[in-house]
Ligand binder design. Structure first.
Ligand code: SAM
Ligand code: SF4
Length: 346
């Protein structure tokens, strides 16, 4: 560990916490923390951020310091979490993100550091991210068409994003995946283009169902592109389901006859709550047990006082309220969630 927030340096009694967090009441063991480092973003994706929000999405609000996040991450690591994903907003727009990632990757017990990014800054950052210890990247890309890109992302940055993606693919990360949120009548006509892109670039292309967390005006259950719809459209490429491994996450992966590997992620129509091993840390100091559940545990006092025992109690509480599965009624309504996706981190 190379930062100042060592869990054992404070005046709490807890020194070895590895057996404190047991599997939750549904047998799920916490292994994965998803950390949002900022609500700010250089894009304004039509399905993610409200149109009314300023382009960077910051309004002088409180954001945890890097030292705060390192303290929380160290406690999670002591409790058995071994994988961290950094997200946002757009994580690469936050100042000094690279030195922070170096410290994060040096935490004892952390086996993998992953980032979810819109890709627009990867030409600049790929090498530095690799050196900082980032293992895997998920890059979001919802279209391969420049004009459509500008419309969806609300930012004229198609060329930068494609260049960033190609730079990242050429950098020695363990894995680069591309994620597209598929929305009916919006970008589902590009399914084959994405699949060809995956084959050409030899990357995993994942298709994610549209969720009602973000721009509610656009949300409609009928706009979801389901697993069945995708497999039907790709039937001529003879999709063969692949075995899961620890990096498959919630996706079901398929190999196609054109050489592409795709993943399909179905949080709404075929949820994967039974296997969920993660919680989220919001940029403003709350633990969110489930993306699709607004109940959050405020950990700001524990952070402010560097109080490890208080934080562990908060984490236990977050695991206690983590539902067996998400509430299906919550996705039926518009404006169903308090935070937009850009304020949760996906
Ligand atoms: N800015 C980064 C990016 O775009 O990858 C990280 C944050 S973004 C909130 C994380 C992921 O959430 C992205 O892959 C994005 O496409 C996805 N996302 C945002 N709103 C969504 C929605 N309503 N339904 C499904 N996925 C969504
Ligand atoms: Fe920004 Fe990512 Fe949301 Fe797009 S999906 S607005 S890039 S946070």
């Amino acid at each position: 560990m190379n930062n100042n927030n060592n869990i054992n340096d404070n005046n709490n009694s807890t020194s070895n916490n590895s057996d404190i967090i047991q599997p939750d009441q549904y047998g799920r063991r916490l292994k994965y923390l998803r950390i949002s480092v900022t609500p700010a973003c250089n894009f304004k994706c039509i399905y993610c951020k409200p149109h009314t929000e300023s382009s960077m999405g910051l309004s002088g609000e409180k954001v945890l310091s890097y030292d705060d996040i390192l303290f929380v991450s160290e406690v999670f690591a002591k409790l058995g979490v071994n994988r961290l994903r950094v997200t946002g907003g757009e994580p690469l727009v936050r100042k000094d993100i690279v030195p922070f990632l170096s410290k994060l990757s040096a935490i004892d017990g952390i086996e993998e550091i992953m980032i979810t990014t819109n890709g627009s800054l990867l030409t600049k950052y790929s090498d530095d991210l690799l050196k900082a210890g980032v293992d895997r990247l998920n890059i979001s890309l919802d279209t391969l068409n420049a004009e459509r890109f500008n419309y969806i992302a609300g930012a004229n940055m198609f060329n930068e994003t494609m260049a960033g993606i190609r730079t990242a693919i050429r950098t020695d990360f363990k894995q680069v995946k591309i994620n597209a949120v598929m929305i009916k009548g919006f970008n589902d006509d590009e399914l084959l283009d994405f699949v060809n892109f995956a084959a050409e670039e030899n990357i995993i292309m994942r298709f994610i169902e549209f969720m009602p967390v973000g721009n509610h005006d656009l949300w409609n259950k009928d706009n979801i592109v389901t697993n069945e719809m995708i497999l039907q459209q790709l039937a001529h490429l003879n999709p063969q389901q692949l075995q899961k491994d620890k990096n498959t996450g919630p996706a079901v992966n398929y190999k196609l006859s054109n050489g592409a590997t795709i993943g399909i992620i179905t949080p709404i129509t075929k949820h994967f709550c039974d296997d969920c091993d993660k919680v989220r840390l919001t940029y403003d100091g709350y633990i969110r047990s489930c993306l699709l559940d607004d109940r959050e545990i405020d950990i700001n006092d524990a952070i402010k006082n560097r109080d490890t025992d208080m934080l562990i109690e908060c984490i236990k509480e977050a695991l206690t309220i983590k539902a067996k599965e998400y509430d299906k009624n919550s996705v039926e309504v518009k404006n169903g969630y308090n935070r937009t996706m850009s304020r949760i981190g996906g």
